[in-house]
Design a protein. Sequence first.
Length: 284
Amino acid sequence: MPRADGNKDRGKEEDVRHATSLIAEIARIVRLEKGLTQEDLGGLIQYTGSAVSAVETGAQPPSDQMLERLEEGVGDGRGIFEVARKYVLMEKYPVRFRNFSKMEASAHMISSYATLIVDGLFQTEEYARALIKGGYPPVPEAKAEELVEARLARKKLFDRDPTAMIELIIEEGVLTRPFGDWDVMRGQLLSLVKDGQRDNVTVQVLPRDRGLKGSYAGDRGPMKLVETEDHDHVVYLEIEDEGILVSNRAKVSRLFQRYAKIRAQALSPDESLCLIERLAGERK
C-alpha cells in the first residue's frame, strides 16, 4: 500500500511538471510570434533576459509575478498566463496539499481550526518564512522561498470576487508560540487583527483555560471545513506531512458539528481581536 501511494504522488508531481513545461513552451512561442528576443521580453516585463531564458529552458519555473506581467505584456487579453498561474503555483505546494489548494481557491466558505500554528491562509511573509525554514527535515533555500511564495498567493482568496466567507478559530496557545523572533510574532498578531476586521472574515480565539469549564471540544486537532463552489461540504485534515480529504457525508457532518461546538466555546470575534491586540502590546 505505501508503495502504491508513493507512485500516486510521483504521478501527480510529474503531471504538474508537465504543465509547467507546457507553460514555458507557450511563453517561448508567444515571444517568437511577436518577434522579441529574450532580452526584449525581459525588458517589457521588467525581468532580465537570463530570467526569461531560465523559464523557457525549464531551469526555473516562472514566478507568480512573472506570469502576471506576461499576461499584461504579451497576453493580448487571452488569459493564457492568468490561467497558468494556478498550475504553476500547484507545483510549489507539497503534493499532499495540491488537490485541496484548487478547492480552497474556489471555495464559497472556509472554516479553519488551528491548534499549533497560525493557519497558512493568514500567515505573514515573515512568519511563513520562519516556519518553513525552521522545519524538519530542512529544505533548500530556493525551495523554501517557493513555498513562501505559494503560501502568500493563497491570500488572494480574501479579496476574490465573488466573495468567500472565511472563518478562523485559533487556540490561544498559538498566539504566544513565536517563530523567528518576537518581532515576527508581533507582526503576525497585528496581521490577524487586520484580517479579522474584514467584512468577510471572522477570527475567534479558543481560550487556553477552556478545559477548566468542564467541556472542551477542540482536543482532536486542527481541521479545515470547506463549502465548495458546487456547494458540497468537505473537510481537510493534515498531520505529520499527510493530507486527508474527508467527503463521506456522515463523517463530514460529525466534524461540522464538532467545529460548531468549538466555535461556541471560543471568545466572540470582538473579544478575540481585543485579546490578540493585548498580546501584541497594542492594547492594555
